[in-house]
Design a protein around this ligand. Sequence first.
Ligand SMILES: Cc1ncc(COP(=O)(O)O)c(C=O)c1O
Length: 401
Amino acid sequence: MTVVMDDVVARESQFVLQTYKRNPVTLVRGEGVRLFDADGREYFDLLSGIGVTALGHAHPGLARAVADQAQTLIHTSNLFYHPYQGRAAERLAQMSGLPRAFFCNSGTEAVEACLKFARRYWFTQGEPRAEFIALDESFHGRTFGSLSVTSDPHYRDPFEPLLPTVTFVKTNDPAALLAAASNKTAAIIAESIIGEGGIKPLTPAFAAAIQEACAKTGALHIADEIQCGLGRTGKAFHYQTLGLTPHLVAVGKALGGGVPVGAALVGRQVADAIKFGDHGTTYGGNLLACRAALFVLEELTDRGLMTQVARVGRHFEERLRALAAKHPMVKEVRGMGLMWGLDLDREASPVVAAGLERGVIVNRTADTVVRLLPPLVITEAESDDALGRLDAALGAVGAAR
Ligand SMILES: Cc1ncc(COP(=O)(O)O)c(C=O)c1O
């Protein structure tokens, strides 16, 4: 099929609801860490569809598993058993230490499920608690519950009123968190590394304050690991690095390697409070989604991908720090493993555009941050090639001032 860029753009601008401002590129094919546009131009993908395509593009094993499942049975609903949901849940339990999983279709649904399960827990205790604490730079998704614990007014304002029972505290301010938590707090929700808010890891002191606030008030801790979890930092979950023991964990993005699937991981205490019919979804955890998730989880653990991320991540970091030393516009390099932000002294968009022109895909977040979330399969040599292009993009933007 020949794809003509003008036709694609014209048709979309007529028929697709205009909620997305797209880059001027039509991508038609991928292979590993590379993407190709309709004219055959190659791009290094340092974004993986916003942290999703963990195994890169057109991974032969994942493609085989998905194709085989599509030819066998895609969906039956949660009215019936199938062979893969329990296996995917078992893997997640082994990786997270939380014994049960509820499958859904996206990150925001995983967060919704966690918020509902927290409320359900307190209802079961016979002392309903309505309040949530969230962080002032948080992003948890676009549905009403997730949006209610997302701080950015740009996302919130057009949709008010949202849940009125949310208190936002300053990220990484332990005293503010301890002051806000009370025996009315149902749960504290936090991304273990703030993603959309600019790639900001929680500090050890703040992590300790989460543990302390939960211990003092009984509040549950919901760790949002949708962007930073599932091997991206070289560990299964970043809360493990922080020494946290969340009661609920939201996962999504990388879980299906591109097949939409999310999950709420549930600790024993909360799981015991959940009854048949408390929550549900038509698609969530169907055969196709769970087969893909199982394959991704096996790659991460049995086939050593997480260990590779830890190794390549160190190389990636060295290269990024060298870029920062070379380009004074880079004020700070933040992140871990294969999740990084370059905080600039200016708007990041021109660097993103200059990167695209030079065949490397990154994106802008929190205005001044160039975000990098490469596929977890990226090698040292591929990192060098891709970051060489980013180096050129930073140079071009620096020279243009
Ligand atoms: C930390 C975090 N939570 C939740 C979400 C929402 O996920 P989704 O877009 O799949 O609904 C995102 C998406 O960017 C995210 O980064």
